[in-house]
Design a protein around this ligand. Structure first.
Ligand code: 6GU
Length: 225
């Protein structure tokens, strides 16, 4: 998987890709993340990328020319399977969307900024408009980093424990069960006996029961889907 992220503020999300799982995935050759500064395609001496919106609404809008130039220069190098625009008015991001997008080869993510990007860019290039939740961020960069993380960890070989992504919360519309590690007793608090029993079948059904109970209590909406 290759992800090209286009932003007016790429510095904001450099560090997530230079640490942790995301870094290891790139070192293993399983994922490539490239950050592009839209200002490199800005207009004139001042590398202008934004302008006032027609119609007089407050706030700046990213102009079409730098985005068209940037996107077309990338498209000249390779075909993209999806061009994602991060925006609060997009479709809500969830594990199902993450699973689908994780199967793609080349992805581009356009980070919205200010009041957004010129509608003509959306009409012409964008295949997926994604919001990461019902709240407003100051830019799409953090959303892009969230999306990239969620996709990359699903690529086979990225996680050490191959089954780990399969037992995540949401993978079967259930929240994950509680987890424990050593010591079996800590300050008088013990681990549920079944987990130390070594009885695989009982452990499995205990985990499933706990996942169901948790989901019923915390996210009953997931059980209705
Ligand atoms: Cl994708 N962008 C911005 N700016 N705010 C958001 C968002 C995206 N998703 C939720 N809030």
């Amino acid at each position: 998987m290759r992800i090209d992220i286009i932003s007016v503020l790429p510095e904001l999300i450099r560090s997530p890709f230079e640490a942790s799982i995301l870094k290891r995935a790139q070192q293993k050759g399983l994922a490539e993340v490239h950050l592009h500064n839209l200002k490199a395609f800005g207009l004139g001496k001042h590398r202008q990328v934004d302008d006032y919106s027609f119609g007089g609404n407050a706030g700046m809008v990213l102009r079409p020319e730098p985005l068209f130039d940037c996107i077309e220069s990338l498209e000249k190098e390779r075909a993209y399977d999806a061009i994602i625009y991060t925006t609060p008015d997009g479709k809500r991001f969830d594990q199902k969307v993450a699973n689908q997008l994780s199967l793609k080869g080349n992805l581009m993510i356009l980070c919205g900024h200010y009041k957004g990007i010129d509608q003509r860019v959306r009409d012409h290039f964008v295949t997926h408009e994604i919001s990461i939740g019902d709240y407003v961020l100051s830019g799409g960069e953090l959303a892009a980093a969230v999306i990239a993380d969620a996709l990359i960890r699903l690529i086979p070989g990225v996680l050490n424990d191959e089954t780990s992504a399969l037992t995540d919360s949401f993978q079967d519309n259930l929240l994950a069960p509680p987890v424990y590690t050593r010591p079996a007793e800590f300050r008088g608090m013990t681990v549920p006996e079944v987990l130390t029993s070594g009885h695989f079948k009982n452990i499995e059904s205990w985990n499933h029961e706990q996942a169901l109970t948790r989901t019923q209590e915390r996210r009953p909406d997931l059980l209705e889907e």
